[in-house]
Design a protein around this ligand. Structure first.
Ligand code: FMN
Length: 201
């Protein structure tokens, strides 16, 4: 694809993206072919050192139920604050949406690239997958919640001590038009420097 060509429609898509609560997602989710596109987008991200420091675990169908059991069991064994409501939430966690990708950030030691930069690359991967899903007409949400920090779930996925679960990326369709959420005022976050004088005290 040629570069240096304006794509105003793509900007509209980017600026209209928003999350939909996972529990509000309905069928259909992305097909296998569409998931392959979403995953490809998740791998086409800035990656200092070409280390591919990410892993993708993709769940659909009854595999989500098996994962729900693993999360629920881990919660029972690891959580200090075991209420019925929290247990029920964990049992539901993996089965809320049609599709789920667990994205792991797995820093490589192959080159002297700081772990922090490799984790940032995983963040970029998550964001690219959300954007790709939106472009394909689906909705997504990036959650961590308790399961992202479960040693048992990490072990189940074969992740090492230096690896982290960057997030659970849920994909599906929007049942209702979701409300917009307040967005930050750019002027409160951005400092512009246009001339030398802008740097003076
Ligand atoms: C790393 C990360 C973890 C998140 N975990 C949660 C979570 O566990 N629960 C939650 O309600 N939102 C969580 N969020 C926020 C949602 O993904 C999302 O930002 C929010 O629902 C609205 O986002 P939008 O700007 O995509 O519309 C997380 C965001 C990030 C970046």
């Amino acid at each position: 694809m040629r570069l240096n060509i304006a794509r105003p429609d793509a900007i509209d898509v980017l600026l209209s993206r928003r999350s939909v609560k996972t529990r509000d997602m309905v069928e259909p989710g992305p097909s296998d072919e569409e998931m392959a596109v979403i995953l490809k987008a998740g791998m086409r991200v800035p990656d200092h050192g070409k280390l591919s420091p990410w892993r993708f675990f993709v769940y659909s169908g009854t595999a989500r139920e098996a994962l729900a059991d693993i999360i629920s069991d881990a919660f029972c064994k690891e959580s200090q604050t075991l209420s019925d409501a929290q247990s029920a939430k964990m049992q539901r966690f993996a089965v809320q949406a049609p599709r789920l990708v667990i994205l792991a950030s797995c820093p490589s030691r192959e080159k002297p690239i700081p772990d922090w930069e490799q984790h940032l690359s995983a963040g970029a991967s998550a964001m690219s997958m959300l954007i790709a899903a939106h472009m394909l007409g689906y909705v997504g949400q990036w959650l961590t919640d308790w399961p992202a920090y479960s040693p048992r779930l990490k072990a189940h996925l074969g992740l090492g001590d230096a690896d982290n679960i960057a997030g659970f990326l849920f994909f599906g369709s929007a049942g209702d038009q979701p409300p917009e959420r307040p967005r930050p005022d750019p002027d409160s976050l951005v400092q512009y420097y246009r001339a030398r004088a802008d740097l003076d005290d």
